[in-house]
Design a binder for this molecule. Structure first.
Ligand code: B12
Length: 524
């Protein structure tokens, strides 16, 4: 049996990144969310007697910001990152690339690690490498790419490198063999199946049973306080309580919206759910171990099956009367009904973010395959507000082939809804999605489109009757128009308190340092 070579893995999350526009406004807000994916990977490594250490560059240096035109990068600087890595003395480094807008920085990290620690193999995983594994492997500093969910395949890779079995047995792996890039996918490149989706084959898809057997995320390895102390905490931003935690009660999503990467990760078996007992056990453990007061469900789609979600909401209300809950990723409108909203209110869910995306039914059905029943939206928004939950909405404009008239229907819908907040993003072609493939095949990507340096806040797709500058100004003007209406409304009615949990005024004094439209001083 070959000598055990790899024992300790350092799992790295890259620095944060916000696009700074010419007018000095920021394209994105800063985030500081515990990395659930790395927490699960670390837990499974420990379960298989490997050592694991976390280096969350963003969170550990959240207040450190540097201007790398046209972006603001935030997190530990390269020297600090290298020092931390040397101290960790890993046998392998795993870099997580959830967001394509951080691919460039992830390659720079890999180059630095390879230069300073040439004998330490580097593996990349997450949505970006899963969407374009060969492009990532074109970077010679990257030794391996694991695609999809990697809870088990990561351990399998280490076992293979330690001579326990052949590397061919590792599912969803890209590796080099005498300089040539090879993969272990059962039929080579993922096969195209129907509606343009590239699915991992049955053999390459993670096993659904796995969810129930996964160890709880290894949060003891994370700088938890950094997430609690970053100013994304408290009030109107992402969380309501200081001591918050993130978790999932399901994985994947059964739907195939053309712009979303979720189907890419879960493969054929896509949507899987945990038992309510398992979810309750994890929440109880988070409360006992970390004194958590708030739970954020990061599920791709928390609301898929009504019977499941209703039974879970009843259990949460009964078991955790002092905990508040939210689902930050978009909520599927079609999956909601009055009873679900009532049960959410009873279970102290304080916010609903409706993922509406487009205001034109034809775009919903034939362009993005999201099929939101738009006629239900106004009534559902009013019902959620009357239930006292903060109501937000997500919209997206600039889909391939979308016309000006269709875009203006989205704008009109967004401005017509009595929501507490909405976000209009410019459609961004994400690697591994049919929308991305369509843009490539039809030559719709703007000339300066750079997939490794994605800017979520600029127009990336060429449209027939709307210019780039016009699309970006439509988005900005809607935002400014909305802000003006909000101010008028608030002045008219005075600040309208939301359902507050644990102390009046939480919302008002949220006070983010950066909000879209605010001029950002780089000389500070
Ligand atoms: C939670 C979440 C957020 C959180 C932050 C999460 C974080 N950790 O920083 C918040 C709400 C802040 C957020 C914001 C945004 N998000 Co978001 N988000 C998610 C969401 C819903 C869940 C991620 C998650 O925790 N999944 C659960 C865990 C268990 O899985 P995982 O993290 O994927 O990890 C597994 C695998 O990826 C893999 N893996 C992961 N890392 C590594 C590393 C190695 C070495 C290996 C081997 C394997 C591996 O194994 C893990 C375990 O199986 C995903 C959707 C999704 N399906 O992933 C979108 C997603 C990541 N977000 C996305 C986007 C676009 C955004 C926004 C830009 C939206 C916007 N326009 O504002 C913003 C901007 C954020 C930014 N860049 O600053 C896209 C990114 C796609 C891309 N290619 O860029 C996603 C994929 C959704 C989609 N539409 O497709 N998001």
């Amino acid at each position: 049996m070959a000598a055990r070579r790899i024992r300790k893995v350092l799992l790295v999350s890259p620095p944060g990144k916000c696009h700074l526009r010419e007018d000095g406004s920021l394209g994105e807000r800063k985030h500081c969310t515990p990395h659930l994916g790395l927490a699960y990977l670390a837990a499974n490594l420990l379960k298989h007697d490997y050592e694991a250490e976390i280096l969350d560059i963003l969170a550990e240096g959240y207040h450190e910001e540097r201007f790398v035109e046209p972006f603001i990068l935030y997190g530990l600087n390269p020297q600090e990152t290298l020092e931390r890595t040397r101290r960790a003395a890993p046998d392998m480094i795993g870099i997580s690339v959830l967001f394509s807008n951080r691919a460039k920085e992830s390659y720079e990290l890999a180059r630095m690690f390879k230069r300073e620690l040439p004998d330490v193999p580097i593996v990349m995983g997450g949505q970006h490498p899963s969407g374009m594994p060969m492009d990532v492997m074109a970077h010679r500093e990257v030794d391996y790419v694991l695609i999809g969910e990697c809870d088990d395949s990561f351990v399998d890779l280490l076992e293979a490198l330690n001579g326990r079995h052949s590397i061919e047995q590792v599912s969803g792996l890209y590796y080099r063999d005498n300089g040539e890039v090879k993969d272990t996918l059962s039929h080579g490149r993922p096969a195209v199946v129907g509606d343009g989706w590239q699915y991992l084959s049955l053999r390459d898809s993670p096993n659904p049973r796995q969810l129930g057997e996964l160890s709880f995320p290894a949060w003891h390895l994370f700088p938890i306080a950094a997430y609690w102390n970053s100013e994304v905490r408290i009030g109107g931003g992402d969380v309501m309580r200081e001591r918050f935690a993130v978790m999932v009660s399901t994985r994947g999503c059964p739907w195939t919206c053309t712009f979303c990467t979720s189907p890419l990760m879960g493969g054929f078996k896509g949507y899987r759910k945990r038992t309510n007992e398992d979810v309750v056990r994890e929440i109880r453990w988070l409360i006992e171990t970390f004194g958590v007061e708030e739970i954020q469900f990061l599920d791709d789609n928390f609301f898929v099956s009504k019977p499941r979600v209703k039974s879970l909401l009843r259990v949460l209300a009964q078991e955790f009367p002092h905990i508040v809950f939210s689902v930050p990723a978009g909520t599927e409108v079609n999956a909601l009904d009055h009873e679900v909203v009532d049960l959410m209110a009873k279970a102290s869910f304080y916010k609903v973010t409706l993922a509406i995306e487009a205001g034109d039914q034809e775009v919903q059905e034939s362009r993005i395959d999201k099929n939101v029943k738009l006629s239900r939206v106004p009534e559902m928004v009013d019902y959620i507000r009357r239930a006292g939950l903060e109501t937000r909405a997500l919209f997206m404009i600039g889909f391939p082939g979308e016309t000006r008239a269709q875009i203006m229907r989205t704008v009109d819908l967004a401005l017509s809804l009595d929501v507490d907040d909405f976000y209009i993003s410019l459609c961004t072609p994400l690697p591994g999605t049919p929308l991305y493939d369509e843009c490539v095949q039809k030559g719709l990507l703007e000339d300066d489109f750079d997939v490794d340096n994605l800017r979520y806040s600029v127009a990336n797709i060429k449209l027939h009757d709307v210019s780039r500058a016009e699309l970006e100004s439509i988005r900005r003007n809607v935002w400014l128009e909305y802000k003006k209406r909000q101010e008028t409304k608030q002045v008219a009615s005075g600040i309208r308190p939301f359902r507050v949990f644990g102390g009046v005024g939480d919302y008002e004094n949220a006070g983010f340092r950066q909000v879209p439209g605010q001029v950002y001083r780089t000389d500070r």
